[in-house]
Ligand binder design. Structure first.
Ligand code: C2O
Ligand code: CU
Length: 582
């Protein structure tokens, strides 16, 4: 905070706009607070795995600063780009009602913030309560530009579980010794796959199973008999992860900023983009024969066995403050194997919304206006004339990815501006509701001809208030794989999941329309499908994409344009005059 004096007039203008637009009541008990932050994004030297490199970081911190707010608050963040490349920041899981302008994805809702420039984001919290996060939404900058958003209950409201003694963000990430932006450039040029990460990280540290990593290992100090809330975030670029704490079970109480019916597990499976709020009861500290230190550990969960995988284990230490120190290494938790699809599926099947009077669900059950079946594929495209392609599975091609066989092309003007100002030729409003061809999507030996995709900037336009159902269908093209599909601007109900090809006649009968989890990122199972539903009541332009960054840049994306409704409170806010130019 602080340091934003010069920007005050803009901030005040924006706040005024928000207050007027939201019609915030004057009642002091209800008034949303506004929290101000300054983010200075610049190159910072960081040493991991015996390698020093300059990474982009916010305020010199990696992971970056935590944003704290209460439900319904407005957060204003002045982002100062003091680095040498274009960036944007996204507030992952914040619905931003009527406020797509400040959502963040580059060339979708804004043009990037140029080096030396600043941009002030207004982040409007509404129904979210729990853990969300923020991250860069430009190129691969998210690798090191990310942090937690903690949303506490409103003043006077309580958690739907006993108040934890302390709350601890646990940010899972990935580390590359190489420069990630150079890596991205290289793969764009050659059409090859990305190098796997050199380590997973917990709060920015790989932990002491890695060389040169003993001193930096992150530690969580606990007191015997107290309960802690771990706010686990998977900020990884390419991996889902298993997470566990030796000697302790975890009670899962929330995901993606919404409460769950509590359930207790030995390990968590968290997809890239998701958050899991878990309670840890520190019961084991001084029991006879017990260690006073335990490893917390994170390991990749990866389903595509045709690809190389980082199967190393990141560690942090859970340490009892009041127990006598013990010699020897801490115990490691039992984590499922890196490709244990059954363990991941069993975990995810337990997610159910809390669904109480204080935290009700509102599942659209009666009617669906837009039925979409969206296939998810890794593909190839012919190698371009000036490109030297390598590594792709068919000669003369490069890797690509698609939704319904459309490989999304990022436009040069943001889609939101094109929509708002009716600029033609930026996108086509014809993203298909079905795949162009029905085949056995999960057949492990597909014909080569099926691997080819087509490029386009094709978006799906829906009426305000429409009930949308999207069934994501994984395909086995270049290997079945779990994909964490993320939608901006909305949380959605995950009403069904299953393996094999989705059966329109049979599978909807298995939907959970009573207490499905309310998330912003759904784990589509490898070789299977997942169905989500949402009411399109948030007008704007909203990115939808796989949260694995290499799939995002390969085109596993599309955009929802949700039209304005009739009443003023069903319409997008006007374009702020401060938007960066392309
Ligand atoms: Cu967490 Cu579009 O991103
Ligand atoms: Cu993916």
């Amino acid at each position: 905070m602080g340091g934003g004096v010069a920007k005050m007039p803009t901030v005040l203008w924006l706040l005024l706009g928000v207050v007027v637009a939201l019609g915030v009541a004057a009642s002091p008990a209800q008034a949303a607070r506004t929290n101000l932050y300054d983010f200075f994004v610049k190159e910072t030297n960081v040493t991991r795995l015996c390698h020093e490199k300059a990474v982009l970081a916010v305020n010199g911190q990696f992971p970056g600063p935590t944003i704290y707010a209460r439900k319904g608050d407005v957060v204003v963040v002045n982002v100062h780009n003091q680095g040498s490349k274009n960036i944007t920041i996204h507030w992952h899981g914040v619905d931003q009602p009527r406020n797509p302008w400040f959502d963040g994805p580059e060339y979708i809702t804004q043009c990037p913030i140029r080096p030396g420039a600043s941009f002030t984001y207004t982040i409007i919290l509404s129904g979210e309560e729990g853990t969300l996060w923020w991250h860069a939404h430009s190129d691969f900058d998210r690798a090191t530009v990310h942090g937690a958003i903690v949303v506490h209950p409103k003043l006077g409201s309580a958690y739907p579980y006993p108040k934890p003694h302390k709350e601890i963000p646990i940010i899972l990430g990935e580390w590359w010794n190489a420069d990630v932006e150079q890596m991205l450039e290289e793969t764009k040029r050659t059409g090859s796959d990305f190098n796997i990460s050199d380590a997973n990280t917990i709060n920015g540290q790989p932990g002491d199973l890695f060389p040169c990593s003993e001193n930096g290992i992150s530690r969580v100090i606990v007191e015997q008999g107290k309960t802690y809330l771990l706010r686990v975030i998977n900020a990884g670029l390419t991996n889902d992860m298993f997470f566990a704490v030796a000697g302790h079970r975890l009670t899962v109480v929330g995901t993606d900023g919404h409460y769950l019916k509590p359930f207790t597990v030995d390990h968590v499976m968290i997809s890239s983009g998701q958050t899991m709020d878990v309670l840890l009861h520190a019961a084991n500290g001084s029991a006879a024969g017990n260690n006073s230190r335990y490893y917390m550990a994170a390991r990749t969960f990866a389903t595509n066995t045709q690809l190389p995988v980082n199967n190393s284990t990141a560690t942090a230490i859970l340490q009892y403050a009041d127990a006598p120190p013990t010699a020897g290494p801490p115990d490691l938790p039992n984590l499922p194997a890196v490709d244990d699809l059954a363990a991941a599926t069993a975990y995810t099947a337990q997610l159910r919304s809390l669904a109480t009077e204080d935290h009700p669900v509102d599942v659209p059950a009666a009617r669906v206006d837009e039925h979409m079946l969206v296939t998810i594929s890794i593909n190839v495209l012919p190698c371009g004339a000036n490109e030297t392609c390598k590594d792709a599975p068919i000669n003369g091609t490069r890797f690509a990815a698609s939704l319904n066989n459309v490989s999304f092309v990022s436009p040069g003007v943001d889609v939101l501006d094109a929509y708002y100002s009716s600029i033609r030729g930026v996108y086509e409003p014809d993203f298909p509701d079905r795949p162009p061809l029905f085949f056995n999507f999960t057949d492990p030996n597909p014909a080569d001809a099926l691997l080819f995709t087509e490029r386009g900037t094709r978006v799906k336009v829906v009426a305000h208030g429409a009930v949308v159902e999207v069934v994501f269908q994984d395909t086995a093209l270049l290997g079945a794989e779990s994909h964490p599909m993320h939608l901006h601007g909305y949380s959605f109900y995950v009403v069904g999941r299953g393996f094999g090809n989705f059966d329109e006649g049979k599978d909807p009968a298995t939907y959970n329309l009573v207490d499905p989890p309310f998330q912003n990122t759904v784990t589509v199972p490898a070789g299977g499908w997942a169905a989500i539903r949402f009411r399109a009541t948030n007008p704007g332009v909203w990115f939808m994409h796989c949260h694995f960054d290499r799939h995002t840049v390969w085109g596993m994306d599309t955009v929802f344009i949700v039209k304005n409704g009739k009443t003023p409170d069903a319409q997008m806010m006007p374009r702020p005059p401060t938007m960066p130019k392309c």
